[in-house]
Design a protein. Structure first.
Length: 321
């Protein structure tokens, strides 16, 4: 199988090209300061992630801190809509969900703004460390219990509906094969596995679907918080735990041992995990070959790395040689 790069060459924590505080219109800065209750004296732009919207930790004259996101409905429509959905979903989560608390929103005057509490924390270290991953896996088990069944009023699609088109990525890859070892020999099996993902992923849990290091906060008070609730769906309780493992697997950790010990995943049929793993592998490998977005210069490299990691992991689990 492919030799995974350890650690990745992606500049973790510095992947985003974002709007800065000075880029916001003066009236919007004044509105944010009014909502925060004090003038902003410094703004630390958050460099993680792959979107260009404003996302900064604001420190105010009264010493308070606030995490604020903003995007223009005209200039950054897709990201404004994403922030709007994030705010809607954060507001609907149970109060004890391990996520930063939504404080306020402004959705008018061509701008979508949301503010969440600032939590003293750090992201998981890269390369991943076993102790950080163990904390995150434990949180995932608590989260799945809390969000089964999903909160009322969100109107979420099922995982199988939201990702119904993804098996088709393998058909496209077959006509433009990626340069990964063993692709020609195993693309047929991977295609069949991905096509079977629907029943494998079925369930009655609200699933985040975007669990990775830049969406996790290891709080100073011992909590683990999950951020960016843009894309939740309803599916199997174990899905987020498996998706979390992609980065740690690429960084050299024995994630299958963790899956075998976690109460969420230890009894899941291996074939079901392989089906979902094949599904996301096809997405990553296909997406990596698309043009690089000018607003996200590291996105394709990140997708390529994750695709290689997943291909290698799937091959090991399936016994490919």
């Amino acid at each position: 199988m492919t030799e995974v790069r350890l650690p990745t060459t992606i500049p973790h924590g510095r992947t985003a090209r974002r709007l800065e505080w000075a880029h916001l219109p003066p009236w919007l800065r004044a509105l944010v300061e009014e909502r925060c209750g004090s003038p902003v004296v410094s703004a630390a732009s958050q460099g993680a992630g792959f979107t260009p919207g404003f996302a900064s930790v604001l420190t105010c004259a009264d010493g308070s801190r606030h995490f604020v996101k903003a995007a223009s409905q005209k200039a950054q429509r897709m990201f404004a809509e994403s922030y709007r959905e994030e705010a809607r979903k954060l507001a609907a989560l149970p109060p004890d969900t391990p996520a930063p608390r939504l404080l306020w929103t402004h959705d008018a005057d061509d701008w979508m703004v949301l503010a969440t509490e600032h939590v003293a924390s750090r992201p998981p270290a890269r390369p991943w460390r076993e102790e950080d991953l163990a904390r995150c896996v434990a949180m995932m088990a608590d989260l799945a219990s809390l969000l089964t069944p999903p909160p009322d009023g969100l109107g979420l699609d099922e995982f199988a509906v939201e990702y119904a088109d993804w098996p088709g990525f393998w058909d496209r890859l077959a006509t433009a094969p990626p340069a990964v070892p063993g692709f020609a020999e195993h693309v047929g099996e991977a295609t069949r596995l991905a096509a079977a993902f629907g029943p494998a992923a079925a369930g009655s849990t609200l699933v985040h679907t975007d669990v990775r290091d830049d969406n996790l906060l290891l709080a100073d008070d011992g909590r683990v918080l999950l951020c960016d609730w843009n894309w939740p769906v309803v599916g199997a309780a174990w899905l987020d735990t498996v998706l979390l493992m992609i980065g740690p697997r690429g960084d050299g950790l024995d994630v299958d041992a963790l899956l075998a010990s976690s109460p969420l995943t230890r009894d899941v049929p291996a074939q079901d995990i392989d089906s979902v793993l094949a599904l996301v592998t096809g997405y990553f490998l296909f997406s990596a070959a698309q043009p690089i977005p000018p607003t996200s210069p590291h996105m394709r490299a990140a997708q390529r790395w994750q695709g290689e990691v997943c291909w290698d992991w799937l091959g090991e689990r399936r016994g490919w040689r």
